[in-house]
Design a protein around this ligand. Sequence first.
Ligand code: MET
Length: 471
Amino acid sequence: MHRRLIAPGALAASLLLAIPASAASSSPGAPGIGDPYYPAYGNGGYDVSHYDLRLTYQPRTDELEGTATLLATTTQDLSRFDLDFLLDVSEVRVNGAKASFATSGQHELEITPAKPLPKGTPVTVVVRYSGVPSTKSAYGFSTWHRTPDGAVAADEPEAAWWWYPSNDHPLDKATYDVSVAVPDGTQAISNGTLQSTSSRLGWTRYNWRSNKPQATYLTTLAVGKFDITTGTSEGGVPVVNAYSKDLGDNDGAARASVERTGELVDWLSGYFGPYPFSSAGGYVPNTTTGYALETQTRVYYSPKQFANGSNTSVVVHELAHQWYGDDVSLKGWKDIWINEGFARYAQWLWSEHEGEGTAQELADYVYASHPADDAFWAVEPGDPGPDDQFDIAVYDWGALAVQALRNEIGDDAFFAVLKGWPKKHAYGNASVDDFRKYAEQVSGKQLAALFDTWLFQPSKPAVSAARGVSL
Ligand code: MET
């Protein structure tokens, strides 16, 4: 007892006096943005407006190094904040001053600035890093795909951790400058517009700019030996496509599909309104993965998409996402129906246009081809859960739900909704609930029961309720 020289209350008071007012109330930003499907994805406490990535990549060794500069604004008084990242960090600066940093969890980079950051202030974060992405994993997986002549970062819902530090969730969209130096004779492909290239000391630097808000998972990088084609659609949209020089037998079919990007962008504009971005296009690297991804302005296609000949349907799907998914992004990953249900429905509209079956015929076919006890009907498209986020039901039942909506509100209201939605939430985020309310507003109908039957029940809708089908 006698050793206590200062009463506890007095000690607390003297400590408080020593701490600046802003620090007294500042606290660490949350390690997740609050998505129930993926609690650790994204972060709390700040909002990024721009990423500037200046990188160098050596395909031979898979070594990536460079600097990421993030422009952000704090949304709370911050003593510390996280970025999502897996590579090795050598230095972090916040507003010019060196910050301390540590790793935690599966993919958290915890940054403690020299001084706490007051809410509502602009912050510049510089992260210097290097690493071999293919050696890194989180949750036991990797989405960094090496190819014989390079690598590709394109996956959903996670791709950024392997190549740039970010607030990795669609709720925090930002603009991007992606500048990547690769050995001469190799190309680097990314989103948006190729501003310039420059060569020196055996390296060629590609400077890409994506100047509209873009979700982190829609930001892509591909390095390899590519043939780049450029053009402009009849409607005036600049198109940049890239094909690996190593597509073998799939080369012709890939080009016969992806070279139609401009025509298909113009066709989709008729349903969804003006194309929202400064550039369109796609790239086909020599990967072995099987999916395609709606990476903003520059769609990722696997060569496998073209193994049976041309596939304009997949091009329509990914381009439809430019409006449904990219321009208007989901608020949480459970809203995936707005992305995949509508991109699938666009394929049905294209089928109708091509004389290969109307949207109604395809809806009837999906309904009839899955018996009531099929596991297909156990996945609720409106809230499928993280494990079934990309289940076929989200796509096919999801599109069937779109047809049910169309039959309920009639073509005039339906096509007004289809075109009005990207305009209403341009460059923003929205949920399935927001979509229902918008469709109700445009159509003047109450749609809660329809949405419940078609999106939120783990069972096949009864024929009597099945406004989506004409059986
Ligand atoms: N959104 C993609 C699609 O177009 C799915 C990606 S799964 C990694 O279907």
